[in-house]
Design a binder for this molecule. Structure first.
Ligand code: UFG
Length: 341
């Protein structure tokens, strides 16, 4: 039994490969390395003692994608992470985002059908809820129009999965809707490797504290929240990775209640930007230089997850405290040093 992990050298993918291997699964990674590094395989091997099989493939190329399945005949499940994911960049490059993210999922599902692989887990996002009217969001919270082409690709991919699952009910699928993944493996062997200037809050903080960036811009303190800064649900990367193992196990054991299911993967707790900075400072003993600036276009005010369904059905729960995730993110940054990637 082998799990195909697309995008397996990326941030979430690499941590998931570690958890899969530690749970006893064989893995093959497919990645085109456009936004990740082959050395990630060393980190995975250092933690687990096993070097996963690796195929450098562009998943929008159907011929090359089929070759993976011809070569690895024991693939029984797919976790599909591979995607372009920069919200801001997607606004300027919609065709690249739609072309890559939509074609690659269609190719994965096409291969599932051709090679009779029955189990599929998709990397979705809480972005599908937009600014929800009622918080916390449950899986039944109505989806809203996406704020960016990137967000729209996640909504469209869910629709494609849904229609495919309806048409071909022998295939079983789970979409995991992540909230904000943060942290790094506690071993500091793998972590987040943002390309250029980070868009996301935590790598921006760690790079600022490491002296690579001058100061953090806190995008707006005039939101309708207790301290005026936006609220998110920050989920530890190892907890998030473990959710994939439970999702795969659920499908393989036929414990799914329908052939397409959606789960919120978060902690259930909302944290503001200023609270996060304060927790980081307490956990690491380092000061975060920051200034308040204007709001960032497209940011929502607040969102956090109702995780009742995931906790009950997957038997999974976020466990790592925020302070520990932030300390791991900092330890990883210290290992990278002042390297500008
Ligand atoms: N923030 C700052 N300064 C920064 C970066 C971020 O103040 O330099 C703030 C943002 O305004 C936001 C919070 O930190 O309030 C978190 O921002 P991130 O960019 O880290 O994360 P987002 O919530 O904007 O985006 C994340 C994922 C997306 C996903 C989205 C769904 O990165 O992939 O959640 O809501 F689509």
């Amino acid at each position: 039994m082998r799990i195909l992990v697309t995008g397996g050298t990326g941030f979430i993918g690499s941590h998931t490969v570690v958890e899969l291997q530690q749970a006893g699964y064989n893995v093959v990674i497919a990645d085109n390395l456009i936004n990740s590094n082959i050395e990630v395989l060393d980190g995975i091997e250092n933690i687990t003692g096993v070097r996963p099989a690796f195929e450098k493939v562009d998943l929008t190329d159907i011929t090359a994608t089929k070759e993976i399945f011809k070569k690895h005949k024991d693939i029984t499940a797919i976790i599909h992470f591979a995607a372009l994911k920069a919200v801001g960049e997607s606004v300027g490059k919609p065709l690249e985002y739609y072309g890559n993210n939509i074609n690659s999922i269609i190719n994965m599902l096409t291969c599932m059908r051709e090679f009779d692989v029955r189990n599929f887990v998709f990397s979705s996002s809480c972005t599908v809820y937009g600014q929800a009217d009622v918080l916390p969001v449950t899986e039944q919270t109505p989806k809203k129009k996406a704020e960016s082409p990137y967000g729209n690709t996640k909504a469209i991919c869910e629709d494609i999965m849904n229609d495919f699952a309806f048409a071909e009910n022998q295939f079983k699928m789970i979409a995991l809707r992540y909230f904000n993944p943060i942290g790094a493996h506690p071993s500091s062997q793998i972590g987040e490797l943002p390309n250029g200037t980070p868009n996301n809050l935590i790598p921006y903080i760690t790079q600022t504290v490491a002296g690579i960036r001058k100061e953090l811009s806190v995008f707006g303190n005039d939101y309708n929240t207790p301290d005026g800064t936006p609220i998110r649900d920050y989920i530890d990367i190892v907890d998030l990775a473990k959710a994939h193992v439970t999702a795969i196990q659920r499908l393989i054991d036929n414990k799914n209640k329908s052939n397409i299911e959606y789960f919120n993967i978060g902690t259930g707790t909302g944290v503001s930007v200023l609270e996060l900075i304060e927790t980081f400072e307490k956990a690491t003993g380092r000061k975060v230089p920051y200034k308040i600036t204007a709001r960032r276009a497209g940011d929502i005010e607040k969102i956090w997850a109702d995780t009742t369904f995931a906790n009950r059905e997957l038997g999974w729960k976020a466990e790592v405290p925020l302070s520990e995730s932030l300390l791991n993110a900092w330890k990883w940054q210290e290992k990278l040093g002042s390297l500008k990637l």
